[in-house]
Design a protein around this ligand. Sequence first.
Ligand code: ZN
Length: 154
Amino acid sequence: MMPVPEPRLEHLYQEVILDHNKSPRNFKEIPDATQYSHGVNPLCGDDYHLYLKIDGEGKVQDVGFKGSGCAISKASASIMTTLIRGKSVQQVEEFKESFLELMTQENVPEAVKFQVGRMMIFEGVKEFPVRVKCATLIWHALADALKDSYKSSF
Ligand code: ZN
């Protein structure tokens, strides 16, 4: 497979992405996770396991991920984990929808961009269509994990 070059993003955004790539947040397995999913992007070789612990009130009590992949996929996963902790499943679903809309649609409304918040740094990745899957991989894994039936016995 041909190596895909890392996109040249705006400097500030690139620094944030490289920082999360170097020191990913919540890079851990959660043994008592209630939701789990495995996401793979064969185009790039990104491969992550995602763990969520949803409490009895439907809030994300803990979230973690393990695996390997390019800087964009790892930073997207790392930042995602920092943003969804403490949120309700409903809020997480809305957040995921907004981010996927930003990454896959043209002329995204300002309200959606506002909701996407810090994840806006990935907007520049849209100029590199092959890398969009890197940025969205963990969010598709998140969708799968939320569909996973609650395994714990509250
Ligand atoms: Zn990738």
